[in-house]
Write a protein of this length. Structure first.
Length: 245
């Protein structure tokens, strides 16, 4: 998978060289390219923003540098890219969306700042042949200063799902959200610690009883913390976030 990031703060994306995506790059599973959007400006001050038409607070990112950057970067690879635009107005990042994105050969993250990117950049990208699709993605119902942190989060959620990345596929299947439920609580040694004991069923060696207990714990946790996840139509709907690759 090829991953491109367009940002005015390339240093913000330094963690891509560490930890999980760094490991994936070292193993040849991903190829990472970080680009400074200001490289596609043409004025002396390398301006990327301007005041909004119609008035209002804040600044909007000008379309020209984005257009030129996309012209250059999208043309660089035979695979059409999925353009991922982090935005508080996007669709929520879910495990199902991460899984769908993990099937794509190429993701290009367009990290906006200020009040956002001129809408025409997205509209134009949606018309391009070298862009497979344009997906606006939100980390949640709160506002960040820019898309970089969200791009890192999406990257981490996606890269760990790439075939060959995680050693143990079973551990992926059991974790929170893969089954539409929150994960059960987990314990390790010692079996008693500061007056708290590991639930005895986990020490029983009875695999059926352990599986039943874990499922029950998952359901109880989900009902208490995220009852919205138990709504069947919601869970089913999540699998329609992107068309099949
Ligand atoms: N940019 C600003 N806020 C954001 C959010 N909540 N999710 C994704 N990108 C953002």
């Amino acid at each position: 998978m090829r991953l491109d990031y367009l940002t005015i703060f390339p240093d913000y994306l330094a963690p891509l060289g560490l930890s999980l995506p760094g490991k994936a790059a070292a193993r040849g599973l991903v190829e990472v390219h970080v680009h400074d959007l200001r490289g596609w400006t043409r004025d002396r001050h390398r301006t990327v923003d301007d005041t909004p038409y119609g008035g209002g607070a804040g600044m909007v990112m000008r379309p020209e540098p984005w257009g030129e950057a996309l012209d250059e970067l999208l043309g660089q690879d035979p695979h059409p890219a999925t353009v991922v635009v982090p935005s508080p107005a996007g669709r929520p990042l879910t495990q199902a969306l991460a899984r769908a994105l993990s099937t794509r050969p190429r993701l290009l993250f367009a990290c906006g700042r200020y009040e956002g990117i001129d809408q025409r950049v997205l509209d134009h990208a949606r018309e391009r042949e070298d862009a497979e699709e344009v997906v606006e993605v939100s980390l949640g119902d709160y506002v960040l200063n820019g898309g970089e942190v969200a791009a890192l989060a999406v990257t981490e959620a996606v890269v760990r799902l790439l075939p060959g990345f995680m050693g143990n596929a079973a551990s992926l299947e059991e974790e929170s959200h893969e089954q539409g439920l929150l994960e059960y609580p987990v314990y390790t040694k010692p079996s008693s610690w500061r007056g708290h004991d590991v639930p005895p069923v986990l020490l029983s060696g009875n695999h059926a009883a352990i599986a039943a207990w874990r499922h029950e714990q998952s359901l109880a946790r989900t009902a208490e913390r995220r009852p919205d996840l138990l709504h069947a139509s919601h869970v089913a709907g999540e699998w329609e976030v992107l068309p099949a690759a």
